[in-house]
Design a protein. Sequence first.
Length: 206
Amino acid sequence: SAAGIVATAIAIAGCVHLTRERNLDYQSNERIWSATVAARPQNSRALANLGATLVEAGRPAEAEPYLRRALEIRADYPEAQSGLGVALCMQGRLEAGVSHLERAVALEPSYRDAWRNLGEALGALGRRGPAARAFREALRSAPRDAMLLKRLAWILATAPEDDVRNGAEALSAARLAVEVTGGDAVALDTLAAALAENGQFAEAIS
């Protein structure tokens, strides 16, 4: 219908506007931190923040040298360790990325985003047990985070390793994910897997 076409056009325009605004934010932050680094090249915070800005803008290869320089100045900087870990993972260097993410959470055990990213990287490497542990740690400070709940529940419901699967915990996490999201498709799919792992096949099918 014409109304549907207009609504779609408005939605697309809104997305374009938001993308443009986000890009302007990245460019603004990049200018600020680039100027700070130029004026104070030994400022680890400025180096780490410039690196983080470039990572968020999808430019991990450009971010890497700034994050490495920040760590040369201050090795015990959890945000720089995490940022470098993410930058390396984004470039497909998962094992190297994991080592930096593990260092970040060792330095700051309550670092939720580092635990989240560590879980993603470990999962991509097929290390499902450690990935589940990382997602559990991230959930400590965000127990109703839908993405974390879905990631954890899926691993616990579908892992081929007997010592990783945990049907009861998977079902609890999946039900909460459905509650939090209002029943989005991924949460429902995850709940179905958890129900099947618990032998509740009729409910899983429904």
